[in-house]
Design a protein. Structure first.
Length: 117
């Protein structure tokens, strides 16, 4: 292993907190490569956003999918993680946490709709 990065990913603006939460997403698109999910809970007045990058031999810094929180100060993307195959369709699913949702109750989103069969 050398100390040269294969790809560098950056947020849209410095106040997004892009990369505060990073995780393997499992193989969301079923191509045999592990994918990466990155949270940016400060995006758009703390509405938050999560970005999915498909892995592979030519992985790049353009997100293959992105999900945004529902309202200001949701902090969507505060934590991100692989969820395994929750719905049994053969693809990995992801969990994205919104720290504040509906008067501070919090919310976790599990998504399995980021692939094509």
């Amino acid at each position: 292993m050398n100390n040269t990065e294969d790809v560098t990913m950056t947020g849209e603006v410095s106040t997004n907190y892009f990369g505060e939460s990073v995780s393997s997403a499992g193989d969301v698109n079923g191509d045999g490569y592990s994918d990466v999910i990155i949270g940016a809970n400060g995006f758009n007045s703390n509405t938050g956003k999560a970005y999915l990058f498909f892995g592979g031999t030519s992985m790049n810094n353009t997100p293959d999918a992105a999900m945004t929180g529902e309202a200001t100060n949701n902090f969507f993307g505060a934590s991100v993680s692989s969820a395994g195959d929750v719905n049994g369709d053969g693809y990995s699913d992801v969990i994205i946490r919104a720290t504040v949702f509906n008067a501070g109750t919090g919310k976790s989103i599990c998504s399995g709709l980021l692939h094509e069969k």
